[in-house]
Ligand binder design. Structure first.
Ligand SMILES: NC(=O)c1ccc[n+]([C@@H]2O[C@H](COP(=O)([O-])OP(=O)(O)OC[C@H]3O[C@@H](n4cnc5c(N)ncnc54)[C@H](O)[C@@H]3O)[C@@H](O)[C@H]2O)c1
Length: 375
């Protein structure tokens, strides 16, 4: 079906931490399409329903129940998986939950990242590792320019600060332990993406899942923060960046790839929550939008955007679907789920559509990048 990245992933052992989560489940499904031998490591699915369960991933990948705060368990699971490639996604990913429980957030996102990198460092063979971070890792200056990879780390709320801190951990491990010996050692990069949307997300306090549930129930969409702008993108967009980055890291030990990378959407997809809600209602076919009179009590960043020039110039990576295409795919997926359909076919079809559309606009990762990387 031409799922691309050359056939770099065919037969490779790939470990996904956070495979029971939203992004991790999409990534595992794409890796299965690519012919990888997929291993997962995470706590049980954080939501019910969950995409991991809906796709029956536990039957099709080798999942291990592991708390990444437990270094012994992480070491054992990573050693057993013997991965060629690691995508580290496991995290406490919610800003509001981070205010309620900052310690768990820091323990998981910072200490857990240390545990994963320690376990990866102990592996005998060469290994490529992409740590999934967030646009929120940057010190937010509340300005209109996009953040570049060279900008400083920071974070106001505990979630953002934990992602900034995890980035410092990654940078330290890279400087201290990642070697260029092709026979040994790890090659380490981090990837920063914005708010992702798509079918199969049931996390609390996430705007699109909340909106879908409200539309489903025939309620008005209630906006907490209508004027906040966010860089909306389909979950497959940053995943294509992670997959491409790992492939490039494997082919080239130089600092060209072992670094931080932004994988955000084009400017046209950076719209306000109010604009997004209006488009969702239009695509859904019915519904109304109201502003929640109880303004949020906690600080939430109001403006955030990534400058993705580096990914474009060095990886030839950019997004494929605009915000309306993203919304249509998302609604189609939830409609299928709520109609009681098996969602594996629609998930596979959407991955196929995404690849075909990326191919159509000529993105190089869609045709035999491996030959090019080695050529
Ligand atoms: N969804 C977004 O919009 C978004 C945006 C930027 C960055 N991210 C990052 O992407 C990654 C995945 O996010 P998601 O949206 O899929 O979240 P999710 O909540 O759906 O998944 C989180 C995963 O981490 C696992 N996990 C949590 N605590 C753990 C622990 N102590 N030990 C082991 N596993 C644990 C969960 O079991 C789950 O598999 C996270 O690192 C998140 O910070 C997400």
């Amino acid at each position: 079906m031409g799922m691309t990245f050359g056939d770099f992933y065919r037969g490779r052992r790939v470990l996904v931490t956070g495979d029971t989560g939203f992004k991790g489940s999409w990534l595992c499904q794409w890796l299965l399409e690519l012919g990888a031998e997929v291993h997962g490591l995470a706590l049980p699915p954080p939501t019910d329903p969950s995409l991991h369960v809906a796709l029956r991933l536990s039957e099709r990948i080798r999942h291990r129940d592991v708390d990444i705060r437990d270094s012994g368990a992480v070491n054992a699971a990573v050693a057993a998986a013997r991965p060629d490639v690691v995508f580290h996604l496991a995290a406490q990913p919610l800003v509001r939950a981070s205010y309620q429980d900052p310690k768990t957030t820091f323990d998981t996102n910072v200490g857990g990242t240390v545990n994963v990198l320690e376990a990866v460092r102990k592996l005998a063979g060469p290994v490529v590792c992409v740590v999934v971070s967030s646009d929120k890792c940057y010190e937010n200056r509340e300005w209109e320019w996009g953040y570049r990879e060279v900008d400083g780390m920071g974070g106001h709320d505990p979630y953002s600060a934990s992602k900034g801190a995890a980035e410092l951990v990654v940078a330290s491990y890279r400087r201290s332990f990642a070697g260029s010996d092709p026979q040994r050692g790890m090659r380490l990069a981090s990837a920063r993406a914005g708010n992702v949307i798509g079918g199969g997300d049931w996390a609390r306090d996430r705007i699109v899942p909340d909106f879908i549930a409200q539309m489903q129930a025939g309620q008005a969409l209630s906006l907490r923060n209508p004027n906040a702008t966010r860089p909306w993108q389909h979950v497959l967009e940053p995943l294509s960046g992670y997959l491409l980055l790992a492939q490039r890291l494997a082919g080239d030990a130089s600092a060209d790839y072992a670094d931080g990378w932004n994988f955000g959407p084009a400017d046209a997809s950076i719209i306000t929550v109010h604009d997004l809600a209006t488009r969702l209602v239009r695509a859904w076919g019915s519904g109304t939008v109201t502003i929640d009179p109880v303004a949020p009590k906690v600080h939430e960043a109001s403006l955030l955007k990534l400058d993705c020039s580096k990914a474009l110039s060095r990886l030839k990576w950019r997004g494929t679907w605009d915000v309306d295409q993203t919304i249509v795919r998302t609604i189609d997926w939830y409609r299928a789920f709520h109609a009681g359909q098996d969602v594996l076919p629609i998930t596979r079809r959407q991955i196929g559509d995404y690849v075909a559309d990326a191919q159509h606009i000529g993105l190089p990762w869609t045709d035999g990048m491996r030959e090019r990387a080695h050529g």
